[in-house]
Design a protein around this ligand. Structure first.
Ligand SMILES: NC(=O)c1ccc[n+]([C@@H]2O[C@H](COP(=O)([O-])OP(=O)(O)OC[C@H]3O[C@@H](n4cnc5c(N)ncnc54)[C@H](O)[C@@H]3O)[C@@H](O)[C@H]2O)c1
Length: 249
């Protein structure tokens, strides 16, 4: 790794699922990884322990991202404790599914706060730090449904589409500062989130996927690691799908 390469990466929601795979992959690529978690530290400590056992560097950080102000503080804490921030991956996210006509304000607000407002607050804090070091990478984890819509998920879809707009706006605003901002739009990935689907729902999704299978967390992590790498230095403002061909755009 050269001096010009990013060194410290923060992955939100990195105790399990896609975030865990991203943290492990970034560590494999030589990053010192801030493994963020919400409530329980056990999973995040296990991820950090695994990274250290493999010879890498990792530290856990707690923050409840249902409160956006906590996201800004998280970023500042990571930079203060680890000595900077080069890569921010906004991965933490929740669903509170239901038909729009019956959706409670609280379910709309919780999803928007966690998935979109906290991501914005983290971006804002990270950009200030990245501007000082004249380089940075932000990767927002959106979703294929943010591009194509999905019934029963008005709040989640709106938050993920919001992340896409945020990504494009920030890419234009901070390109001149050598900060790239991209979004990843996973399709249906085998995880705790998709485990909640019925077998019938899963079969219906697989039937619509040209590659004929659900994706894996590693499929998504590989793209995140690439976008964080020097090789991706000329890529910004992009929404890259990892969806087996479900929604070409
Ligand atoms: N699994 C999929 O098929 C899929 C598809 C498209 C997009 N995504 C997106 O990928 C990301 C990761 O999804 P996943 O499948 O690994 O889900 P997951 O539920 O396994 O993980 C979500 C993570 O977010 C964290 N989180 C949630 N609320 C939080 C809060 N208030 N404070 C702090 N942390 C909080 C959780 O602790 C967890 O680590 C999410 O943004 C999700 O929307 C997933």
């Amino acid at each position: 790794m050269t001096d010009s390469q990013p060194r410290i990466a923060l992955v939100t929601g990195a105790g399990r699922g896609l975030g865990k795979a991203m943290a492990l992959k970034l560590a494999e690529g030589g990053f010192s990884v801030a493994v963020h978690y919400g409530r329980s530290s056990d999973e995040a400590e296990a991820v950090a322990g695994q990274i250290r056992a493999d010879g890498g560097q990792a530290q856990t950080f707690a923050a409840d991202l249902s409160v956006p102000a906590n996201a800004g503080k998280l970023v500042e804490d990571v930079a203060a404790q680890l000595g900077g921030l080069h890569v921010l991956v906004n991965n933490a996210g929740i669903t509170r599914d239901g038909l729009a006509i019956r959706m409670k304000d609280a379910d709309w607000d919780a999803v928007m706060a966690t998935n979109l407002s906290s991501a914005f607050a983290a971006c804002r804090a990270a950009i200030k730090i990245m501007m000082r070091s004249r380089a940075g990478r932000i990767i927002n984890i959106s979703s294929v449904v943010g591009l194509m819509g999905n019934p029963g998920q008005a709040n989640y879809v709106a938050s993920k589409a919001g992340l896409i707009g945020l990504t494009k706006a920030l890419a234009k605003e901070y390109g001149a500062r050598n900060i790239t901002v991209n979004a990843v739009a996973p399709g249906f990935i085998a995880s705790d989130m998709t485990d909640a689907l019925s077998d019938e729902q899963k079969a219906a999704y697989v039937a619509a996927i040209p590659l004929g299978r659900l994706g894996s967390a590693d499929d998504v992590a590989a793209l995140v690691a690439f976008l964080a790498s020097d090789a991706a230095g000329y890529i910004t403002g992009q929404i890259v799908g990892v969806d087996g061909g479900l929604y070409p755009h």
